[in-house]
Design a binder for this molecule. Structure first.
Ligand SMILES: Nc1ncnc2c1ncn2[C@@H]1O[C@H](COP(=O)(O)OP(=O)(O)OP(=O)(O)O)[C@@H](O)[C@H]1O
Ligand SMILES: [Mg+2]
Length: 260
């Protein structure tokens, strides 16, 4: 991912019109740490998640993604101007169901599994995405190796309305943390993620979001001006809120920065 150029390479002066935004620092989540990654389409959620996963792989974390767009592994579908993610193995739903051991595959150039699970079809229908997620992702719980595991679930909004898929989202966020697992849930719309999943998010990485319903859902998660700040972000910028920190502190800082 190209870094946004904010300073002159020769004199280190800030470039005219450059944003003073800095990306939040990356971190290794604790077990049971659930993270929401929300924001409108094309704002940079998946790009941020690919960067985070690359960092986690370097920190010796086993990583999995539910990857309906086949964009997280080096074997994915290349799209113009959108780089593929760092994962090493790609498996379809049918392949995992037939051979769950594929979730433990360690590629010759790696020490731990880094597996993107994709729907069987290259251009899946919404109903197949939800069904594939509900069938294949539960196998991670039994077959992931010991040690820290991070699961990224992409496009949670596409799972809305499918009972099994919604129940699985809730189950991951309420019970999988006991298994040394952390997870991130990405969605274009905060309000489309089942409430019982959302309420377990310890952190929220928010990209630009202007829809009234989604901003109201965001305000219920992080109060005190966070959603106003999120509505003012530029494309590719995000802010991180830690819901374990007293809201006052985080938001005083946010509004001071917003006013500056
Ligand atoms: N920080 C960045 N710097 C430069 N380009 C970026 C950055 N973040 C994202 N992009 C580019 O913007 C486009 C959209 O990014 P991305 O696919 O991450 O968005 P998204 O929020 O996941 O969208 P969607 O919800 O539609 O999946 C891509 O072409 C990506 O390469
Ligand atoms: Mg995306």
């Amino acid at each position: 991912m190209a870094a946004v150029k904010t300073h002159c390479a020769a004199c280190n002066q800030r470039l005219p019109g450059a944003s003073d935004w800095e990306p939040p620092e990356l971190w290794v989540p604790e077990e049971g740490e659930f993270v929401g990654v929300v924001g409108m389409t094309r704002m940079g959620k998946s790009t941020w998640l690919k960067r985070w996963l690359k960092y986690l792989m370097a920190q010796e974390v086993t990583v999995y993604t539910w990857d309906p767009a086949r964009e997280y592994s080096r074997h994915g579908l290349r799209r113009e101007r959108t780089p593929l993610g760092p994962l090493l193995t790609q498996v379809t739903v049918s392949e995992v169901l037939a051979e769950p051991e594929l979730l433990r595959v360690v590629e010759p150039d790696a020490e731990l599994p880094a597996v993107a699970i994709v729907p069987n079809e290259v251009r899946p229908r919404r109903v197949d995405i939800a069904a594939g997620f509900a069938q294949a992702v539960p196998l991670i719980l039994e077959h992931a190796p010991k040690g820290r595991v991070v699961l990224v679930v992409e496009e949670c909004g596409l799972l809305e309305g499918n009972r099994q898929a919604e129940e699985l989202l809730q189950e991951i966020a309420t019970t999988w943390g006991k298994e040394d697992l952390a997870a991130a849930f990405a969605s274009q719309a905060t309000s489309q993620v089942p409430d019982r999943c959302r309420r377990q998010w310890r952190k929220v990485v928010a990209f630009r979001q202007v829809d009234t319903n989604d901003r109201a859902a965001l305000t219920r998660l992080v109060s005190g001006g966070f959603s106003q700040r999120v509505a003012r972000l530029r494309p590719h910028e995000c802010v991180l809120a830690d819901r374990t920190v007293a809201h006052g502190e985080a938001l005083e800082e946010a509004s001071a920065e917003g006013a500056g």
